[in-house]
Design a protein around this ligand. Structure first.
Ligand code: PMT
Length: 417
C-alpha cells in the first residue's frame, strides 16, 4: 500500500534499543512515501545500528552531536529544528521519553525537540515492565497532553524473551499513521501554514501560595487551535494554566505568568499567523514574596498595599517583531466601551485585526461555551471595518473567525495583485 508524505521534512530521532534496526526500514518507507528524512541518533542508538546505514538510506549525513562543528557549519541545530515539518522518534526509549517529558536539552535530539515547533510523534519501544511502569506512563501522559502523537507500542514477544506491550510499531504502521494524520489535516485551507495561538489566563505569583489571575478558561483559544489544526495548519498553542485537553495534532506549550507567555510566544516565531486569545495580566507584583505573606498578629486591621508593575505586551511585541507573522490578530475583552477599545487596540498595537468580545455577562466571554465576536479589520483608508460573528458555540466561532481571516487575506492579496 502506498502512502503520501510528499513535501514533508521528517526529522527522525533514533534512540537506543534493539528496535533501532527497524528505524532503518522506517527511513526507506518514509522516503518511499515522498518525505525527506534527516536522521538524528542518540549516543545509545549508535550501540545498536551504525550511522552509515542511516546515511545510505536517507541520503543525508546523520547528526548525532550538539558539538559537531562541521555539521553545525552546514546546518546548525536551530536551523535543523526549523527545517523539520515533523519530528518522529522511533524507537523512543524510556529514557528519551523521560527526558522529553521533563524538557531536558542535554543532547542533540532533546535540544531539537525543545527548539522545534513541528509536531512530535513518538513510537515507544522498551521492555513491557518499563513501558507499564507508572513513571513511564506519567511521562507519556505529559507528552500526550502537550499534543505528541503516540504510535504503538505493539504487544507481543519481546527481544528480551518476555511477552507484553513494548514492541515498536511496525514501520508501515508508523508511515500509515503519519499519512493519516496528514490526510486528516492535509487538505484544508490552512495546509502548510504555521499558526500560533495563545490561550487561557496568566497567573502572577504574589507569594508561594497566592497569585493574581483572571477568569479565562482557555476555551476560546483552544477552540481556535483545534479549528486551525482541522483546517490543516501546523499549530502551536501557548497555554496559560487551564484544565483543558490538548486538541488533536496541536503542539502545546504550557506557561504560567505573562513573562513566561511572552518568552514562549516570541520563542515560537517565525509563524504565518498569530492569534492572541489569552487573557494576559497587564500587571504583576513588583516582587514575589519568598514566604507566605502573613496577616498582622496584633489587632492591627490595616490593609495590604501591593506594588504592581506592567507586564510585557505580547501582542504588540509580536506585531513589532523582526519576524512578524504576516497576520497578527488580537482580542479585546471589555465590560463597556468595546468598540472604542477594539479600534484603539487595532491602531496602537499595530495588528491586522481585533476580535472584540463582551465579558462580565452571561453567555459570552470568560468561561462560557458560547461567545460573540465583533471582528475589527484595518481597512485600506486606515478606518476599521467590522464583521459580527455569532452568538454561537466557541467551536463554531473559532471556525468562522479563521474562515473570515482566510477570506480577508485572500481578498487583500487579490486587490494588490
Ligand atoms: O478563555 P475563555 O474563558 O474562553 O474566554 C475567552 C476570552 C474572553 C479570554 C477571549 O475571548 C479574550 O477576549 N481574550 C483576550 C482577553 C484580554 O486580555 O483582552 P485585553 O483587552 O486585555 O487584551 C487585548 C489583547 O492584547 C489580547 O489579544 C491579549 O492577548 C493581548 N495582551 C494583553 C496584555 C498583555 N500584556 N499582552 C498581550 O498580548
Amino acid at each position: 500500500m502506498s502512502f503520501d508524505l510528499a513535501g514533508e521534512r521528517i526529522l527522525l530521532g533514533v534512540s537506543g534499543g534493539i528496535a533501532a534496526y527497524k528505524a532503518a526500514e522506517l527511513v526507506r518507507r518514509l522516503r518511499d512515501a515522498g518525505a525527506q528524512v534527516q536522521v538524528v541518533m542518540t549516543a545509545a542508538a549508535g550501540q545498536f545500528v551504525g550511522a552509515a546505514t542511516f546515511q545510505a538510506l536517507s541520503g543525508r549525513t546523520v547528526r548525532d552531536s550538539l558539538w559537531d562543528a562541521a555539521a553545525e557549519g552546514a546546518m546548525g541545530h536551530i536551523e535543523l529544528a526549523r527545517w523539520a515539518t515533523r519530528v518522529v522518534i522511533a524507537p523512543a526509549s524510556a529514557d528519551v521519553l523521560a527526558r522529553l517529558a521533563h524538557g531536558q536539552a542535554d543532547d542533540l535530539l532533546s535540544t531539537l525537540c525543545l527548539a522545534t515547533t513541528a509536531p512530535l510523534a513518538v513510537a515507544p519501544a522498551m521492555n513491557h515492565r518499563m513501558w507499564l511502569h507508572p513513571a513511564t506512563q506519567a511521562n507519556m501522559a505529559l507528552l500526550q497532553a502537550r499534543g505528541a502523537q503516540v504510535l504503538g507500542p505493539d504487544a507481543g514477544a519481546q527481544a528480551c524473551g518476555e511477552f507484553g506491550p513494548g514492541r515498536m510499531a511496525e514501520p508501515d504502521a508508523i508511515v500509515a499513521a503519519l499519512a493519516a494524520s496528514r490526510a486528516h489535516s492535509g487538505d484544508g485551507p490552512l495546509t502548510g501554514r504555521r499558526v500560533l495561538v495563545s490561550a487561557g489566563p496568566t497567573y502572577e505569583d504574589l507569594d508561594p501560595v497566592r497569585y493574581l489571575g483572571n477568569r479565562s478558561s482557555g476555551k476560546m483559544g483552544f477552540a481556535i487551535a483545534a479549528a486551525a489544526a482541522e483546517m490543516g495548519a501546523q499549530v502551536t498553542l501557548v497555554a496559560g494554566p487551564v484544565g483543558l485537553p490538548t486538541p488533536a495534532g496541536v503542539r502545546r506549550i504550557d506557561v504560567r505568568s505573562a513573562h513566561d507567555m511572552h518568552a514562549a510566544v516570541l520563542g515560537a516565531l517565525p509563524q504565518d499567523i498569530y492569534i492572541g486569545a489569552a487573557a494576559v495580566a497587564d500587571f504583576t507584583p513588583a516582587q514575589v514574596a519568598e514566604h507566605k505573606i502573613k496577616k498582622p498578629t496584633t489587632s492591627d486591621d490595616s490593609g495590604l498595599t501591593l506594588e504592581l508593575v506592567r507586564t510585557p505586551d505580547i501582542l504588540a511585541a509580536v506585531a513589532a517583531h523582526a519576524q512578524r507573522p504576516p497576520l497578527v490578530v488580537g482580542f479585546a475583552a471589555e465590560t463597556t466601551g468595546l468598540a472604542d477599545s477594539a479600534r484603539d487596540k487595532l491602531a496602537r498595537k499595530k495588528v491586522d485585526a481585533i476580535a472584540a468580545n463582551r465579558v462580565g455577562v452571561a453567555g459570552s466571554g470568560f468561561d462560557s461555551d458560547d461567545n460573540a465576536l465583533d471582528v475589527y479589520w484595518r481597512g485600506g483608508d486606515g478606518a476599521a471595518e467590522v464583521v459580527a460573528l455569532g452568538p454561537a458555540r466557541k467551536s463554531v466561532l473559532a471556525r468562522d473567525l479563521l474562515r473570515l481571516l482566510i477570506e480577508r487575506v485572500a481578498n487583500s492579496k487579490a486587490a494588490t495583485a
